[in-house]
Design a protein around this ligand. Structure first.
Ligand code: JD8
Length: 233
C-alpha cells in the first residue's frame, strides 16, 4: 500500500492517543493513511532485549545499537527511511510535500544519546531535525511529520482550500482570525470583517499577512513580493 508509514520506536505507547484522535485518527480509520508503530525492543539482544550500549571512546549515557535497528529496518528497505536527529536537516513544508508524494515513509525514533552512526550510514535515506532545540528522543518529531504529511493526503482535510501552503499564502504568516461574538469584553472584531465587502476583506487580510511577517519573521519577508520562495531561505 502506498502512503503506509511505519515508526520504529522504543516507547510505542507514546503514539497511542495522537494517532487515534482528531483528523489523523479519522484518516487511519478510513484507510486514507496507514500508520504502523514498531516496538524496537522486540529486536533487542539477550535476555533483557537490550537495544543500547555504552559509547566507544567513553562519555555519558548510552547509544542505540546497530543490530536491533538493522533487523527492524530490514523489511522497509524499499521505503524512504528517515532518522529523526537534532543533527539532521531542519524540517520544512517542502520536505513534507515531497514525502506526501513519495509513498511509504519509515520514521526512526532514537532515544538515549542517539543511534550508532552505522545505522545512518547503512539504513537511512535522510536525517531530519524538528528544529534547533534539544528533545529527549525522536517521537515528537515523528508525530509532527505524521500530522504534516497526513494533512496533505487527499481526503484527510475536508476542505481542500484549507491546504493553502506555499501556493496560496506564498510563504507569509497567517492573518488574525475572529469568530462570534463581534465584541468580547470590549475588544471588537475589526470592522472590515463585518462589512461584507469581500474585496476590502481580501486586501485587509493580505496587508495583515505582510505586516505580521515583516514584524515577526523578517527572515521570511520579501518586501516587493508575496513572500520569499523556499529556495531563498
Ligand atoms: C532524536 C535522542 C536526545 C540528542 C543528547 C539526550 C529531532 N529537533 C530535535 N531536537 N532533539 C531531537 C532528538 C533528540 C534525541 C533523539 C531526536 C534521540 N535524543 C539526545 C543529542 C544530545 N540528547 C530532535 N528530530
Amino acid at each position: 500500500m502506498t502512503n503506509a508509514h511505519q515508526c520504529g520506536d522504543l516507547f510505542p505507547e507514546f503514539f497511542s492517543s495522537p494517532l487515534e484522535v482528531s483528523l489523523v485518527g479519522k484518516a487511519r480509520r478510513e484507510r486514507l493513511v496507514e500508520i504502523d508503530v514498531i516496538d524496537l525492543r522486540q529486536y533487542g539482544t539477550g535476555p533483557h532485549r537490550q537495544v543500547d550500549d555504552a559509547p566507544f571512546g567513553g562519555g555519558p549515557g548510552m547509544v542505540m545499537r546497530v543490530e536491533p535497528l538493522a533487523a527492524a529496518l530490514e523489511p522497509f528497505v524499499d521505503t524512504r527511511r528517515v532518522l529523526l536527529t537534532p543533527a539532521g536537516a531542519p524540517l520544512t513544508q517542502h520536505t513534507l510535500e515531497r514525502w506526501s508524494e513519495a509513498g511509504s515513509l519509515t520514521l526512526v525514533c532514537g532515544r538515549y544519546e542517539g543511534v550508532d552512526e552505522r545505522v545512518a550510514d547503512l539504513y537511512i535515506d535522510e536525517e531530519i531535525s524538528l528544529g534547533d532545540y534539544v528533545l529527549l528522543g525522536g517521537e515528537v518529531a515523528a508525530l509532527a511529520i505524521i500530522e504534516g504529511v497526513a494533512r496533505l493526503v487527499v481526503g484527510v482535510v475536508g476542505n481542500p482550500e484549507s491546504i493553502r501552503t506555499e501556493s496560496f499564502s506564498h510563504g507569509l504568516l497567517e492573518e488574525p482570525q475572529y469568530t462570534r461574538p463581534a465584541d468580547f469584553a470590549g475588544v471588537r472584531v475589526p470592522d472590515v470583517l463585518l462589512s461584507g465587502d469581500h474585496a476590502q476583506i481580501a486586501n485587509w487580510r493580505e496587508e495583515m499577512r505582510r505586516q505580521r511577517t515583516a514584524e515577526r519573521r523578517p527572515d521570511l519577508f520579501d518586501p516587493d513580493g508575496l513572500g520569499k520562495s523556499p529556495g531563498d531561505r
